[in-house]
Design a protein. Structure first.
Length: 456
């Protein structure tokens, strides 16, 4: 019984007296050796050139050879077409000569730099003359492939240029040049087409009063034009690019109260209604109130009078609907103790209420009354701005009628200032303008991703 039981257990546990664990080890070893023996005799199912072509994901590009050097992985490529084509018009042309061993950076592979190599040809085009041939993977003047540049553009929209430079392993100045090419390539239409209502404002990008003039389309809510400078000639350059035909389509232009901008708009597009930004109109009155307050502090003869005026700056500048109980009590005290300063506050507050009007004729009557009141207020700062507001009456009333202001422009300028801080400043205006057009002109970029069988 015992021998039969042990024999039966041995038969159930393995084969020919071998345990199940030993049999499993032997079987796994045999499978491993069988796989190695047969895999050495079989040829790979995918050729290396086809694998690299799928890995590249570039249209109209064939892989010729592959190798390694000190820079990383280098692939010899060529266009799928045999006859070269002109890079300007795309016409097939006879070859002229070659530039040997030219390289382009592609997206990195497994941490290695990926370079494409090709002997570019010059062509003799009967229409364009001698030109470099058209390449399917890069722009004519670029040393980077289009997917590489799109990846740089996507990163530049979301982080600073130093981070992009370190991550993509390119020079800091190269990032700016790539951004300009990405903007030119992804701008699917002329941004100056179809403009009817625009906003104009300036943006400072460096110390010593260096500015960039920015033009915003109110309808689409994006930046359509930017140029260094903030004088009349700068804005005239915009109207020169716009042209007389498209300039005649402008209906309204929102600007601050800059005389240079007023001159440029009235000369280039006289039919467009100039609308003065509400913020800048209110700012005139706020600056006048603050100037009266400083004059009163300087004219105070005793320490008690100075203490009464101390800390009243922000209460005087607040709007009436934003006053707290403490602010109201402070202004009531000011009404009894300093009539001139309280009169300045009332003038400022009255102008704010006029701008809140929804009726143009009522706003015209109230604005005329306000100008007469400011002239006889015996407050020099308000006498000065009364003349300014009198000259700009039609532009102020245009705001009441249309409700348009430079709020959208100022909002985009806030985004532009964020870009400036994120980039830790700019050496020139071209870098800021390139980033403005990349981030604020409606260009949408996705991270460069590739699926098997697809192309960039």
């Amino acid at each position: 019984m015992n021998s039969r039981g042990s024999r039966r257990r041995c038969t159930c546990g393995g084969i020919d007296g071998v345990s199940a664990d030993e049999n499993r080890v032997r079987t796994a070893t045999e499978v491993r050796w069988w796989f190695l023996r047969h895999s050495q005799n079989q040829r790979p199912t995918v050729r290396i050139t086809k694998l690299l072509r799928i890995l590249l994901g570039l249209e109209d590009t064939r892989v010729v050879d592959v190798g390694f050097d000190a820079a990383g992985l280098v692939i010899d490529v060529a266009p799928t077409w045999r006859r070269p084509r002109c890079s300007e018009c795309g016409r097939k042309c006879p070859g002229y000569d070659r530039d040997p061993d030219r390289r382009w950076r592609h997206l990195d592979v497994a941490g290695l730099e990926f370079h494409l190599r090709y002997d570019t040809r010059r062509v003799k085009c009967p229409k364009c003359g001698v030109k470099v041939e058209k390449l399917p993977w890069a722009e004519t003047s670029s040393w980077f492939t289009r997917p590489f540049e799109d990846q740089v553009g996507y990163l530049a929209q979301r982080c600073d240029k130093t981070t992009v430079s370190a991550m993509m392993r390119v020079a800091w100045s190269t990032v700016g040049a790539i951004i300009q090419r990405v903007v030119a390539r992804h701008r699917d239409h002329d941004l100056l087409n179809g403009l009817t209502v625009i906003g104009v404002d300036e943006l400072s990008y460096r110390r010593h009063h260096e500015y960039v003039t920015v033009v915003v389309d109110h309808t689409r809510g994006c930046v359509v034009w930017a140029r260094q400078g903030k004088n009349a000639d700068t804005l005239k350059a915009f109207f020169a690019e716009l042209g007389p035909e498209r300039g005649a389509q402008l209906e309204a232009v929102t600007i601050d109260m800059s005389a240079a901008y007023i001159k440029a708009v009235t000369e280039a597009s006289p039919q467009a209604q100039i609308i003065f930004d509400r913020f800048h109109v209110q700012r005139l009155a706020q600056d006048a109130v603050d100037e009266v307050r400083r004059d009163e502090v300087r004219a105070a003869t005793s320490e008690e009078e100075r203490k009464q005026l101390k800390g009243t700056r922000w209460q005087l500048l607040k709007s009436f609907w934003n006053l707290s109980l403490f602010d109201s009590l402070r202004l009531s005290q000011l009404q009894r103790e300093n009539k001139r300063l309280y009169r300045a506050y009332l003038l400022k507050d009255s102008l704010v209420r006029i701008l809140d009007c929804r009726s143009e004729w009522l706003a015209r009557i109230k604005l005329d009354q306000w100008i007469r009141w400011a002239r006889r207020s015996r407050l020099e700062p308000f006498k000065r701005i009364a003349g300014t507001i009198r000259d700009c009456t039609e532009g102020i009333l245009a705001y009441v009628r249309s409700g348009l202001s430079n709020g959208r422009t100022e909002g985009l300028n806030g985004k532009a200032r964020t870009i400036t801080r994120r980039s830790f400043g700019f050496h020139s205006s071209s870098g800021l303008i390139a980033l403005l057009m990349l981030c604020c002109s409606g260009i949408h970029l996705d991270p460069v991703q590739l699926q098997p069988g697809s192309t960039h």
